[in-house]
Design a protein around this ligand. Structure first.
Ligand code: SF4
Ligand code: SF4
Length: 129
């Protein structure tokens, strides 16, 4: 089963599916394809990795389209979807005072991070190199 409304188009399921039953196509939009006919009934890796529990057992046949998020600093297309950015934002806002970093490209993060507190810079140091 696939809960279409819960899917954020992150693409993690496509990365772990050993039978190519889930795959993604990236162009103007991200398109996620779910093909249960190809499902090899692995150990339900897609179920385990999905951050929103959108898949239960074998996914239903579906083709879902997602808009990409854009950097609020320079307008560049980010490599994740609007829904994924929203999901990350809500996760991060419970932990850090600057969750808006999810809406910045790497270049703009470098600029903006100078204004952020030391603890924040320390936490994101690994990804801001
Ligand atoms: S359960 Fe099926 S669709 Fe999900 S990862 Fe395994 S083979 Fe792919
Ligand atoms: S891992 Fe879950 S949320 Fe991400 S694309 Fe797959 S079904 Fe959608």
């Amino acid at each position: 089963m696939l809960k279409v409304d819960a899917c954020i188009g992150c693409g993690l399921c496509a990365q772990v599916c050993p039978f190519n039953a889930i795959f993604q196509f990236d162009n103007e939009k991200r398109i996620m394809f779910f093909d249960p006919d190809r499902c090899g009934n692995c150990n339900y890796e897609c179920n385990k990795i999905c951050p929103t529990d959108a898949i239960e057992g074998k996914p239903d046949k579906a083709e879902l389209k997602f808009e990409y998020a854009q950097c609020v600093g320079c307008g560049k297309k980010l490599d994740y979807t609007v829904k994924t950015a929203e999901f990350l934002y809500h996760k991060l806002e419970k932990l850090y005072e600057h969750p808006e970093i999810v809406y910045l490209c790497d270049s703009c993060k470098h600029e903006r991070v100078k204004e952020f507190p030391r603890e924040y810079i320390k936490f994101f140091g690994g990804v801001l190199k």
